[in-house]
Design a protein around this ligand. Structure first.
Ligand code: NAP
Length: 252
């Protein structure tokens, strides 16, 4: 594949990013816009999604849409909003996420179900609905945000580890179904990244995690965004079904 090095990596592309009002999703949206994409930010909170879109340049560059990824109809509306606003759907990043940490002894069934619903069902909704649109265009890139917790399993995260490991299997299965339609599906497994999700962690737990990172620091959302850009763009044109660990060497 030939590259035009003078063109931004996502010039004229439309990207939908779930859970992008803040944190890793917002950093992805920001980088995508700087590389020429128009983005649609889906998030639970309509006002926060609108504020994020405004910060990214408003109407011409970004639109915010309320979307609960566990609701199939919301995901349909989110993807339709991209096509209505910008005409195409080229990239979908399934990033929305929550944690409900507890050991199995104390975790409620509801905490298990919520985490499975947002990560596993939400990513399935985003992947299959994006794939249905992209196969018509015979092009597209889907990026699913898993976690290193899905590789190694974390105590206190039986729900989250199961969901994030499930995203790996789902990504590979979807990649196999979609490869001959020109649609690539890949996943990222972030390690410890500084966002609201990890700021909510008790200091002792954060320090314990930090101690196991060969690069001796937490990652920044922008360091996940750059890998999402790689997987979303033609830089990774011959990659599908892969899982990229972005962890500073943790659990290598
Ligand atoms: P974050 O700052 O908490 O952002 C997550 C966003 O997703 C929030 O805006 C949240 O909205 C939204 N969201 C939650 N449930 C949703 C739903 N049902 N539908 C739509 N949006 C929903 O978290 P983050 O750290 O950026 O995490 C982003 C992704 O990276 C997640 O999948 C997470 O599991 C993964 N990850 C993060 C780390 C890390 O160290 N931070 C490590 C590995 C993987 P509300 O705030 O309104 O709930």
């Amino acid at each position: 594949m030939e590259f035009d090095v003078t063109r931004p990596l996502l010039a004229d592309k439309t990207a939908v990013i779930t859970g992008a009002a803040q944190g890793i999703g917002y950093a992805i949206a920001e980088l995508f816009v700087s590389e020429g994409a128009r983005v649609v930010i889906g998030d639970l909170d309509a006002d926060l999604a609108a504020v994020a879109a405004e910060k990214l340049g408003g109407q011409a560059a970004a639109v915010g849409v309320r979307c609960d990824v566990t609701q199939s109809g919301d995901v349909d509306a989110l993807l339709s909003a991209a096509i209505d606003a910008f005409g195409t759907l080229d990239v979908v990043v399934n990033n929305a996420g929550i944690t409900r940490d507890a050991t199995m002894r104390t975790m409620t069934e509801d905490q298990f179900d919520q985490v499975i619903a947002v990560h596993l069902k939400g990513t399935w909704n985003g992947t299959r609905k994006a794939a249905a649109i992209m196969r018509e265009a015979e092009a597209g890139a889907i990026v699913n945000v898993s976690s290193i917790s899905g590789k190694v399993g974390m105590a206190g995260q039986t729900n989250y580890s199961a969901a994030k490991a499930g995203i790996v299997g789902m990504t590979k299965a979807a990649a196999k179904e979609m490869a001959h339609h020109g649609v690539r599906v890949n996943a990222i497994q972030p390690g410890l990244i500084r966002t609201a999700m990890t700021e909510a962690m008790p200091e002792r737990i954060f320090a314990e995690k930090l101690a196991g990172i060969p690069m001796q620091r937490a990652g920044e959302p922008s360091e996940i965004a750059s890998v999402a850009l790689f997987l979303a763009s033609d830089l990774s044109s011959y990659m599908t079904g892969t899982v990229l660990e972005v962890t500073g060497g943790r659990f290598m």
